[in-house]
Design a protein around this ligand. Structure first.
Ligand code: FES
Length: 217
C-alpha cells in the first residue's frame, strides 16, 4: 500500500496514524542516533580491550630463536619437543613463542604451523637442510584460499600420507618442501627452518615462501 492511498481518505484516524507515524519516525531517528553513539563508544572502547588481549609481538611473524608451543589440544600452550612428534606423523599444530617475553605469536592466524617428524632419509636435500633430525615446520595456511590445512591422509595420487586442505582438497608433500601434489593450490606451503637450542625446538630463520592464500574462499 502506497502513502498516496492513506492521504485520499482524510479522517481523524488518519491524523492519529500520521502522528503515530511521525512518532515512530522520531523514535527511529532517536534509536539510530543512540545506536550510532553506542557504536562510536564501542569502537572507542575496543582499542584498549583488544590491545589487552593481544600483547606486543603476538602478531609478528616467527623470528629466529622463537620456541614452538602447541596451538590446540590437551597440551595447548606447552612447548613442543621432539618427543611429542611421532616419527612419520601426524603433525602437531603450533604457534611460535618469543622466548624472552613468553608471548605466543597467536594474534595472526598466518603464524600457525604444522610441525612434523619424518625419516630424514625421506626428505629431499633442500627440505632436509631446513629440518632438524627430520623435524620440519610449515605454514598451516593453505596457499589456495587460505583455509587451515588440517588433515594428514593418504594422498589421492600416491601411496604416501600428505598434508591435505579439506576446503578444496589441495595436498602438499612435506618430504619435498610441501610442494603441491594434488588440487588447486597454486604454490607450496611456506617453510619455517628449525634448529635445536638447549634441547628445544627453535626457529632458525624467517618463513621461506609466501604465507597465506591467493584468492577468496
Ligand atoms: S583453501 Fe585449501 S584447497 Fe582451497
Amino acid at each position: 500500500m502506497s502513502s498516496t492511498s492513506f492521504n485520499t481518505a482524510s479522517s481523524s484516524s488518519d491524523h492519529i496514524a500520521d502522528s503515530q507515524a511521525d512518532g515512530c519516525a522520531e523514535q527511529t531517528r532517536r534509536t539510530l542516533l543512540l545506536g550510532a553513539l553506542a557504536t562510536t563508544a564501542c569502537l572507542g572502547c575496543s582499542v584498549p580491550a583488544r590491545a589487552g588481549e593481544d600483547p606486543p609481538g603476538s602478531d609478528e611473524r616467527p623470528q629466529k630463536g622463537d620456541l614452538l608451543v602447541f596451538s590446540e589440544g590437551d597440551k595447548e600452550g606447552k612447548l613442543v619437543t621432539a618427543a611429542d612428534l611421532p616419527l612419520g606423523g601426524p603433525p602437531v599444530h603450533a604457534w611460535p613463542q618469543d622466548p624472552k617475553t613468553s608471548v605466543v605469536r597467536s594474534a595472526s592466524r598466518l603464524n600457525e604451523l604444522l610441525v612434523i617428524r619424518l625419516d630424514p632419509a625421506e626428505l629431499d636435500d633442500q627440505t632436509r637442510g631446513r629440518a632438524v633430525d627430520g623435524i620440519i615446520a610449515y605454514s598451516a595456511i593453505c596457499s589456495h584460499a587460505g583455509c587451515p590445512v588440517t588433515a594428514w591422509v593418504k594422498s589421492d595420487v600416491g601411496d604416501k600420507e600428505v598434508f591435505k586442505c579439506m576446503c578444496h582438497n589441495s595436498e602438499y608433500d612435506p618430504r619435498a618442501g610441501a610442494k603441491v601434489v594434488f588440487g588447486p593450490a597454486p604454490r607450496r606451503l611456506a617453510v619455517l627452518p628449525l634448529a635445536f637450542a638447549d634441547g628445544s625446538l627453535s626457529v632458525a630463520g624467517n618463513f621461506i615462501g609466501k604465507v597465506g592464500g591467493t584468492q577468496p574462499g
